[in-house]
Design a protein around this ligand. Sequence first.
Ligand code: HEC
Length: 116
Amino acid sequence: MPNRGGIPLYKLEYKMKKMSLWLTIFALVSLAGCSKTDNYAPPENASGEDIFYANCTKCHKPETGSVMALSSSMANKDAIIQKVQKGSMGMTAFPNIKGEPAQRLAEFILANSKTK
Ligand code: HEC
């Protein structure tokens, strides 16, 4: 059947390919955009609880008796501090929560969380 649409098929195909390339790039960029960095730096004397309620409850809603449900691989101070500083696809990174305040934050979470 003759193509009377004006745009030759091979050109249409090329356009579609270009479009899906852009869609892919766009999807990748917006995914990467989910992981953010928060430059909040806690006061030197902030308690773990202060830091938690100032930054984490936006996303982690504490339930009665437990601020978080930790997977067993996360149930130690190092893993928690790593997670806080590095973040993830879904979680904001807090590179400036470090040193003593980071230790206190991790202790607070460990002491007040369930382990899954
Ligand atoms: C923008 C939302 C957001 C904020 C703010 C946030 N988190 Fe998260 N957090 C997540 C998401 C989503 C996950 C699950 C995905 C993952 O493990 O990375 C998570 C996972 C975690 C985990 C791992 C839990 C497990 O056992 O797998 C810990 C620990 C944690 N967050 C601690 C914190 C602390 C502490 C703060 C505050 C300093 C904080 N988060 C702030 C979204 C957030």
